[in-house]
Design a protein around this ligand. Structure first.
Ligand code: ADP
Length: 181
């Protein structure tokens, strides 16, 4: 029996907590010897999708390419953790339909909280106009309508968020270890 792969897709505003949660889940999965990979939007944009910008067209292309790689890994039994703002609903739905084994996690904190955190100092630059087309400020974000998990990172602890995702993966049957016979 092979490990069943799945793509766990974390969407949300910059600073909502996608990277923090995916890294914590990665650590926990590794401790339990699950095959896991992270596709992080910021890192992907430095290599796989280098050269793409932030127009709707380029953002969708970025997500399509991440989805392509996530699908390959998922088919090979990997638990793929995607951390990407992925602001447009339609392309998220397209990737979900293609992969099938897909869990959407809405990492949700109010814009004011994300802006207050300003982890990378990007909101300040977006407000001053130094960065154009910044999601939540000068570019749209379309929240998921029916995510498998919602993490309200302004109201719950990191541990609680991790637990929610973990429980959902368990309930959906993705954390059953292959049994050797
Ligand atoms: P993103 O990857 O969505 O841009 P980051 O993970 O880089 O966001 O930053 C989120 C920030 O919010 C971190 O500084 C993190 O410590 C903080 N934070 C506070 N509560 C939570 C929580 N429950 N889950 C995740 N992050 C949280």
């Amino acid at each position: 029996m092979k490990q069943r792969g799945v793509t766990v897709w974390f969407t949300g505003l910059s600073g909502a907590g996608k990277t923090t949660i995916t890294q914590a889940i990665e650590k926990k999965l590794r401790e339990h010897d699950y095959p896991v990979e992270i596709l992080d939007g910021d890192i992907v944009r430095e290599n796989l999708t280098k050269g793409l910008g932030f127009s709707k067209e380029d953002r969708d292309e970025n997500i399509r390419r991440i989805g392509f790689v996530a699908n390959l890994l998922t088919r090979h039994g990997v638990i793929v953790l995607v951390s990407a703002i992925s602001p447009y609903r339609e392309i998220r739905e397209e990737v979900k339909a293609r992969i099938g084994d897909f869990v959407e996690v809405f990492v949700n904190a109010p814009l004011a909280v994300c802006e207050d955190r300003d982890v990378k100092g990007l909101y300040k630059k977006a407000r001053s106009g130094e960065i154009k087309a910044f999601t939540g400020i000068s570019d749209p974000y379309e929240p998921p309508l029916n995510p498998e998990v919602e993490c309200r990172t302004d109201l719950e602890t990191l541990d609680e968020s991790v637990k929610k995702v973990w429980q959902t993966l368990e309930e959906m049957g993705y954390l059953r270890k292959p049994v050797s016979v």
